[in-house]
Write a protein that binds this ligand. Sequence first.
Ligand SMILES: [Zn+2]
Ligand SMILES: [Zn+2]
Length: 175
Amino acid sequence: MQSNPVSPIDEYRRQQVCAATGDCLRRAAGICHYPFPLIDISFDLSGRAAGMYRVRQGRRCIRYNPYILARYFDEGLAETVPHEVAHYATDVLYGLENIRPHGAEWQALMRALGATPRATAKYDLTGIPVRRQRRFVYRCSCSTHQLSTRRHNRIHRDSAAYLCRRCRVPLVFAG
Ligand SMILES: [Zn+2]
Ligand SMILES: [Zn+2]
């Protein structure tokens, strides 16, 4: 059991993951005879998955979890990278709405890439922040307050007001 908090992978290792993703994509292009365009890569995934392929507002993106990759770096290169590349490639070729996420098309490409077509992996998440709570700093007239994302959104979207319990002044976002 590892109990020390895990630090996210550094810039050097992020570049290795990006290079491996590009490499894998080129191999997928050779296998499928299709010139897949390069895809955006981010390292902003938190939670229990090592990677995620996402399409949002027409933009395709592969997101990696920098904490899980820190502990499972080799597995990440060997499994997570082809896993997400295969999601991307099968989306381009067939369309997400026409295939099951880990269906036959995805599995076939995973095998062709030399990876095991496993839908999920079991990770030891000890010390890995699975729910990274963002906090927003607000001020009243007597101190500062840390507000959750939910409260911050309520103030901005719904014009809700929160009063400081001590000075009774509405909290103002400190930026
Ligand atoms: Zn998947
Ligand atoms: Zn106050």
